[in-house]
Write a protein that binds this ligand. Structure first.
Ligand code: NAP
Length: 338
């Protein structure tokens, strides 16, 4: 690159603290609109810049990568990276980094907010009070009003026992729940520590009172939760998804919720985002909806921005970025802008 400063395109406004750190090494352009940069903008910026900071709605497929002759690093502002063609980036010697760990607590806590809201019908109850539904019953208190589900001594089924899944399970223990889990690998240390039981996916569906999803979105996890899985769940069970929308078959879930084949669902992620307000999910009382806010705490979002900065700065200094996703890329091209 013969002496010039590398240029980074940042696809949304991050915290100034992190931007100022990046500016010490890079010339920075920021997309300052609230909405996502359109695809043409992503293609154009990728073709002209040395580094990109991307969000999960920025689709970085092989077409974008093949046009990006000077691009050396994509620093994703998320732990999930299903929007990036990693195999193609690796082949082209492009480093891809993500932001694991710093958002674990935020996402685990949001998962619990959804579990509790679904179990105790909090959103439905709030609507009942505000809309005058409670007043209209002329009844202050009734033994059968707004009955929900208690969690103590129930079974929490965790699908994907990684960073977030294991933190959700740990919190579940504090509620007095028994933990069962499904993952591609067993974690015997976790099993001993939390008296957790590993089981097959469909067995987990049968025994769990709450099923919570924490896998990445991959070819293998696409529609992992389908009609067959939902049909095996208890009628009194809750399904919560804070992973990625496409891990659940939305049509199958809609059917299960409409027919009350499960008690309720709590969803932070959707196959279509933003979810349109006239989507059939919005007409159901037994589902709690959030607009993909799993990591939306000040602490997590600042931590993510600083981790993006750490990755870009390490790469600039010819070091392997601390949270490199495609570790094999190092064999194709050393880190740095030479
Ligand atoms: P993680 O530590 O990598 O955990 C994912 C776990 O899922 C790992 O144990 C992984 O096993 C397992 N897994 C992978 N493929 C699987 C499969 N086919 N079947 C069963 N288990 C499988 O990641 P994390 O930090 O916990 O994050 C999990 C996901 O949450 C992210 O990928 C992201 O999509 C989502 N997320 C959403 C939000 C939000 O705003 N709602 C926020 C943060 C994260 P291996 O480690 O063996 O691959």
């Amino acid at each position: 690159m013969s002496g010039r400063r590398p240029k980074v395109f940042i696809s949304r406004e991050l915290f100034d603290e992190a931007i100022n750190r990046i500016k010490q090494y890079y010339d920075v352009e920021i997309w300052d609109k609230y909405y996502e940069p359109p695809r043409e903008v992503i293609i154009e910026k990728a073709s002209k810049y040395d580094a990109l900071v991307t969000l999960l709605a920025d689709k970085i497929d092989c077409q974008v990568i093949e046009n990006a002759k000077s691009l050396r690093i994509i620093a994703q502002y998320a732990v999930g990276f299903d929007n990036i063609d990693i195999e193609c980036a690796t082949r082209h010697g492009i480093y891809v980094t993500n932001t694991p760990g710093v958002l674990t607590e935020a996402t685990a806590e949001l998962t619990w907010a959804l579990i509790l809201a679904a179990a105790r019908r909090i959103v439905e109850a709030d609507k009942f009070v505000r809309s005058g539904g409670w007043r209209d019953t002329k009844t202050a208190w009734h033994p059968k009003m707004m009955l929900g589900i208690e969690l103590k001594d129930k079974i929490l089924g965790v699908i994907g026992l990684g960073r977030i899944g294991s933190r959700v399970a740990e919190i579940g223990k504090a509620f007095g729940m028994k933990i069962v889990y499904y993952d591609i690998v067993r974690n015997e240390e976790f099993e001993r520590k939390y008296q957790a039981e590993y089981m097959d996916l469909y067995k987990l569906a049968e025994v769990s009172d709450v099923v919570t999803i924490h896998t990445p979105l991959t070819k293998e996890t696409y529609h992992l939760i389908d009609e067959r899985f939902l049909n095996k769940m208890k009628k009194t069970a809750i399904l919560v998804n804070t992973a990625r929308g496409a891990v659940v078959d939305t049509e199958a879930l809609l059917k299960a919720l409409r027919e009350k084949r499960i008690f309720a669902a709590g969803l932070d992620v959707f196959e279509q985002e933003p979810l349109p307000p006239d989507h059939p999910l919005t007409s159901l009382d037994n589902v709690v909806l959030a607009p993909h806010i799993g990591s939306a705490t000040y602490e997590a979002r600042l931590g993510m921005a600083n981790l993006v900065a750490d990755n870009l700065i390490a790469f600039y200094n010819k070091q392997i970025p601390p949270t490199l996703v495609n570790k094999e890329v190092v064999k194709i091209r050393p880190p740095g802008f030479d």
